[in-house]
Design a protein around this ligand. Structure first.
Ligand code: ATP
Length: 241
């Protein structure tokens, strides 16, 4: 578990300002969604937490420690941040069975074989894939494959789990079930979660708090009920209606 904090974080690509001075704090064990229309900066913010992008200015902290600050010439690389990631683009590997797919982050950390076996089996049980460890990904349904990706994100017991539109390839019914499952797993592991989505139903049904973004700004960062009761402006009101 860990908190995640941005202090005056900016990002620009060759003079184009993408994130404008973002400041927020996500608490230990909290489930927060970044919600907003396409291009508002959700994924860029998440990639900065992951260390897959560098912020142009400001400070990013994880568990109270600064992990990225251009002003202080400080940057902790992704592999040292102890994060789990479930990104749409991080598909599972078709040539590895389920066990090896999930074991991968532990192999990277040179974990012992006995520990790998136990951790992978535990996490597969958790995502209801116990008994399928020998199967190849092509023999699983879309929902099961997404559970494999989730298991891989959780297996190394990360401090923070980052999810970027992880359900967008699934049909509506399965999406609804997976929303509940992800929330349950998050609460079981008491893990801090950041969930990127442009789907307000998803954000409102899963999150402790929602950060609504537009054009690189935070418009509102509050609980679903606070946002529903008091949208800060017409944009938020329209966006959630
Ligand atoms: N590598 C890059 N080079 C230049 N511009 C980029 C790069 N990556 C993202 N951008 C721009 O930054 C802005 C924010 O992109 P980002 O992917 O963070 O948005 P998003 O809110 O996650 O959108 P979506 O829901 O469509 O994924 C967009 O205008 C995008 O074109």
């Amino acid at each position: 578990m860990s908190s995640v904090e941005f202090k005056n974080v900016t990002k620009d690509y060759q003079g184009n300002v993408i994130l404008k001075n973002l400041s927020f704090k996500i608490n230990d064990g909290e489930f927060v969604s970044f919600l907003g229309p396409s291009g508002c900066g959700k994924t860029t913010s998440l990639r900065i937490v992951a260390g897959l992008e560098k912020n142009s200015g400001g400070e990013v902290s994880l568990g109270g420690e600064i992990i990225s600050s251009p002003e202080k010439s400080l940057f902790v690389p992704t592999r040292e941040r102890n994060l789990g990631m479930v990104f749409q683009s991080y598909a599972i590997w078709p040539h590895m069975n389920i066990f090896e797919n999930v074991a991968f982050p532990l192999r990277m950390k040179k974990t012992s074989e006995a520990e790998i076996k136990k951790s992978v089996e535990d996490v597969l049980q958790m995502v209801e894939l116990g008994g399928l460890s020998e199967r190849m990904p092509s023999t699983l349904s879309g929902g099961q494959q997404q559970r494999v990706a989730l298991a891989r994100g959780l297996v190394a017991r990360p401090k923070v789990l980052l999810l970027d539109e992880p359900l967008s390839n699934l049909d509506a019914k399965l999406r609804e079930k997976m929303r509940k499952d992800i929330r349950q797993i998050q609460q079981h592991f008491k893990i801090t979660c950041i969930y990127v989505t442009h789907d307000q139903v998803e954000a409102f049904s899963m999150s402790d708090r929602i950060m609504i973004m537009e054009k690189g700004n935070i418009l509102q960062f509050a609980t679903p009920s606070e946002i529903r009761a008091n949208p800060v402006n017409d944009f938020v009101k329209d966006f959630i209606s």
